[in-house]
Design a protein around this ligand. Structure first.
Ligand code: PRP
Length: 207
């Protein structure tokens, strides 16, 4: 039985593919430049496809994929009705409030926050009782405070290079992030003979 896996395009997929290769899976048709959408391993037991990160949970929840790998940031921002089975040791970063070093967040005075993660940002500023307006930005979020669109941003920080190269700093760490292995609720029961060994291999790859 072939198991279908949804991978979040970009850094998560790159790391997940390194792990799959280390586990012995070979995907003969895969190359980062390929325009093919679905890749099957040489034993035809596992196929993967690349989707935008918020879609991983959708594919897995609806059963179009049996398993998926996606960052915790995405699962918190776009909750899906799936089993979150493993915390993989890849894609580690932090969700942070960031801005200029001299950014003064004046409490009780409304600030404007730019982010790809409006839900996470709202939850955080609500929790600290800070009134804020939120502007959703889809990429290069660091640009927004530089151009005066917002006072600060909520975004993921991995190496910190993007902030540094743009004169910004972390003002507050909100949430540790790493990639998660998620599984469709029905597949876990009906395809357990095929899925369990894959989960086990991921578990041992991470330990
Ligand atoms: C992410 C994030 C930051 C950057 C942080 O963006 O939104 O911009 O990576 O990484 P760093 O701390 O290692 O510099 P991504 O590369 O996913 O692209 P995007 O800005 O187009 O969303």
């Amino acid at each position: 039985m072939k198991i279908k896996m949804a991978l979040a395009k970009g850094r998560v997929a790159e790391k997940a593919l390194e792990t799959l290769t280390a586990m012995g899976y070979v995907f003969p048709d895969y190359s980062p430049k390929s325009r093919k959408l679905v890749f099957t391993d040489s034993t035809e037991s596992l196929s993967f496809f690349l989707v935008k990160s918020p879609d991983v949970g959708t594919y897995v929840e609806k059963g179009a994929a049996d398993i998926g790998i996606v960052g915790r940031d995405v699962l918190v921002e776009h909750p899906a009705d799936v089993y979150e089975l493993l915390n993989l040791d890849i894609g580690k970063c932090k969700m942070c409030v960031a801005g200029f070093p001299d950014t003064e967040i004046v409490y009780n005075k409304k600030i404007t926050v730019g982010t790809k993660y409006p839900r996470i940002a709202k939850d955080y500023f609500n929790a600290v009782d800070q009134p804020a307006d939120f502007i959703t930005i889809n990429g290069s979020v660091e640009l927004a405070p530089i151009l005066g669109l917002c006072d600060c941003i909520v975004d993921i920080v991995e190496s910190g290079n993007t902030l540094k190269e743009n004169g910004l700093v972390v003002l507050k760490e909100i949430l540790p992030i790493s990639s998660r292995l998620i599984v469709n609720r029905v597949s876990l029961k009906t395809k357990s003979a095929a899925i369990d060994p894959i989960i086990e291999r991921f578990r041992s790859a991470g330990s």
